[in-house]
Design a protein around this ligand. Structure first.
Ligand code: 0CH
Ligand code: SF4
Length: 323
């Protein structure tokens, strides 16, 4: 917490310029997922069960918990025939089958853009291809997508992984990606795949979603002008971590913060221009509170740099749609 009576904070007081990247913060898939849980909390008897964090943000999860949502890791923690929400990151067919067997009422908050990748995985596997999924091991979205055709899918995390990749038929290879990867790094991995498998086939359009791409482009536009970049987001948020790494690749120190309380005086020494963005799962109000925190250190000039305007909106599932 910024406190100018503390000598460590007093030492870094002074005027600052804040460059606000836009777009930042909630994407259409996250807004939809949160709204699904909120509507269920209004319309149904508690508790409302949610499998995994609805989105990877501590504040979002805590707030929904205080309103009656119960977050569980696996379906065995949900009573038979109860209502359960699947998170924005999607689930494997095995999880869906388990929910059916247990007679759970499923409300699916999987982002439609993740669902699209699942459909591609099924299509590519059905034509007999080895499906190379580019993504991060252990991430929930990756677990879900891998589950569509586990016998035919291999996970690749980097261009180096491609060198050692063995497939049954090099002429029948397709790739897919996690939706929240770094665009530049993924391009390198796809290039490495194409070099090894010239007949490589891919998705019709990029699997890295519009929101991930836009947040990276917006940050790239301010990163080199900033002395320090702050990314509002939680540590398990893939797209938020990718933003921190992107700032580093632009040569600018960057920190991931859950909120203004995470700010540290030693980060701010000699830093007059602060770039701020937020991952797709971080609420906009947290960005406002970080900007407000800086005003406690001196005069702040805020300049928003918008690289594109997002207008995309996803409809809610019929079970929670207002009649
Ligand atoms: O960036 P990841 O995938 O870790 O997820 P998040 O932080 O919850 O952001 C929203 C993306 C959800 C699914 O694409
Ligand atoms: Fe959907 Fe992209 Fe948002 Fe993920 S980051 S929820 S894929 S719009």
């Amino acid at each position: 917490m910024i406190d100018r009576s503390d000598p460590a904070w007093a030492e870094v007081a002074g005027p600052r310029t804040i460059l606000l990247a836009a777009p930042r913060s909630f994407c259409a898939g996250v807004e939809r997922a949160i709204e699904i849980v909120e509507r269920l909390l209004e319309d149904r008897e508690p508790p409302v069960y949610v499998r995994k964090q609805i989105v990877h943000n501590r504040h979002v999860v805590r707030e929904l918990e205080t309103r009656g949502a119960v977050f569980v890791d696996e379906l065995d923690e949900v009573p038979d025939r109860a209502t359960v929400v699947f998170s924005a990151h999607g689930v494997s067919p095995a999880v869906r089958a388990e929910a059916t067997r247990r007679e759970l009422e499923v409300i699916d908050a999987t982002c439609p853009l993740v669902t699209k990748v699942h459909a591609e995985a099924r299509r590519f596997a059905a034509r007999g291809d080895t499906v190379v999924l580019i993504g991060h091991a252990g991430h929930e979205e990756v677990e879900g997508t891998l589950g569509e055709a586990p016998e035919q899918t291999v996970l690749v995390q980097s261009a180096a992984d491609v060198e050692t990749l063995e497939v049954p038929d090099p002429a029948r290879v397709s790739y897919l990606t996690q939706t929240t990867l770094a665009v530049d790094e993924t391009t390198d991995v796809v290039r490495a795949l194409r070099a090894r498998f010239p007949q490589l086939r891919g998705p019709g359009s990029d699997d890295i979603c519009y929101a991930t791409t836009n947040r990276q482009d917006a940050l790239a536009a301010i990163a080199e002008e900033a002395d320090l970049v702050l990314v509002v987001g939680s540590a398990n948020s893939s797209n938020s971590v990718r933003l921190v790494e992107l700032a580093h690749r632009h040569g600018t120190p960057a920190r991931l913060i859950d909120d203004a309380d995470d700010l540290r005086p030693e980060w701010l020494r000699g830093k007059r221009t602060i770039g701020i963005t937020a991952g797709a799962s971080a609420p906009p109000r947290l960005v406002d509170s970080v900007v407000e925190a800086f005003s406690r250190l001196g005069e702040v000039t805020v300049s928003e740099r918008e690289t594109t305007r997002e207008t995309i909106h996803f409809t809610l599932p019929s079970a929670v749609r207002p009649s």
